[in-house]
Ligand binder design. Structure first.
Ligand code: ATP
Ligand code: MG
Length: 276
């Protein structure tokens, strides 16, 4: 099996207090595959992404190896990492506002990013940008192009970020809760877009979501995290339907209970003894 990403014994913590935040994490992501990460809030999903792309600041210590093909990202110069981010490793961060400069229009941001990574002229970059904005179901892309980040909703910015990440056609796409700010119809459309990008371009994906339904649709493998460690990993179908570890069982059954309660509220006729 060929792996694009291989994490070996990753440990992350706070320098000041020596508090461990991620401990002994090891996992691999095969080429063209999609690995889902699930776990409660605070379990370390976003930190794992940040460690992979080298975005942890000096407040954190980080040990272990992070292999992207034959390149150990942990040993890379920060300039090399900078060139890899975006073009080779695409990122969709959890909090879209943080990824934008509030003084720059969304259009400028996209065109600059595309020109920097894909050697395009600004006018060619604009054509691609508009095309991807349509793909992420942003209506009136020409109007959005001239807006500032603070004039846009979280969901719209999230879609712009997805459009930027996809337009750079990275080898590896790290998506941290990419659809949480979206309504369920848009979410379903964006999930289909991720699926077709994977099929058409063979993009390898690391995908974080609180929504097991989303993970089930996209990921072939999944890891379950609890308090900075991996408690279970395996095929998505098996882990999500027949979790072995106590914590995964708890996480999945509490999510199912929530879903059933929600169903009961929106459709009271579906109430039976079994799903109350
Ligand atoms: N800058 C920081 N300083 C101190 N602790 C931090 C910092 N960033 C994250 N942590 C801690 O690291 C742990 C993991 O955080 P992380 O953001 O990775 O969680 P998460 O699984 O992504 O949660 P969520 O589902 O809410 O996004 C948490 O306990 C958090 O408090
Ligand atoms: Mg997070």
């Amino acid at each position: 099996m060929t792996y694009l990403l291989k994490i070996e014994q990753l440990n992350v913590g706070l320098v000041a207090t020596r508090q461990s935040l991620l401990s002994s994490m090891s996992f691999s992501l095969k080429k063209h595959g999609c690995l889902g990460i699930v776990g409660e809030s605070g379990s370390g999903k976003s930190l794992t992404c940040k460690a992979i792309i080298g975005l942890l600041d000096a407040n954190f210590y980080c040990t272990g190896d992070i292999w992207l093909d034959k390149l150990n990202l942990r040993k890379c110069h920060h300039k090399k990492l900078q060139t890899l981010r975006g073009s080779t490793i695409g990122m969709i961060l959890q909090h879209p506002m943080a990824a934008f400069d509030p003084t720059q229009t969304v259009g400028n941001h996209i065109v600059e990013t595309l020109c920097m990574h894909r050697q395009l002229s600004p006018s060619a970059a604009k054509v691609i940008a508009i095309d991807y904005m349509k793909k992420v179901k942003l209506t009136q892309p020409h109007i959005i192009f001239n807006k500032y980040p603070l004039q846009m909703s979280g969901g719209m910015l999230q879609r712009v970020m997805i459009a930027i990440a996809l337009s750079l056609e990275p080898k590896l796409l790290i998506a941290d809760e990419p659809t949480t700010a979206l309504d369920s119809v848009t979410q379903a459309e964006i999930i289909n877009l991720f699926k077709s990008i994977r099929e058409e371009l063979g993009t390898t994906m690391l995908f974080i979501s609180h929504d097991f339904g989303v993970i089930n649709q996209l990921a072939d493998n999944v890891i379950v995290m609890n308090q900075g460690s991996i408690v279970e990993q395996g095929l998505a179908n098996e882990v999500l339907h027949h979790p072995q570890h106590k914590y995964s069982q708890y996480l999945i059954s509490s999510r199912l209970t929530l879903q059933k309660r929600f169903q009961a509220i929106v459709n009271p006729n579906s109430l039976t003894k079994d799903n109350v």
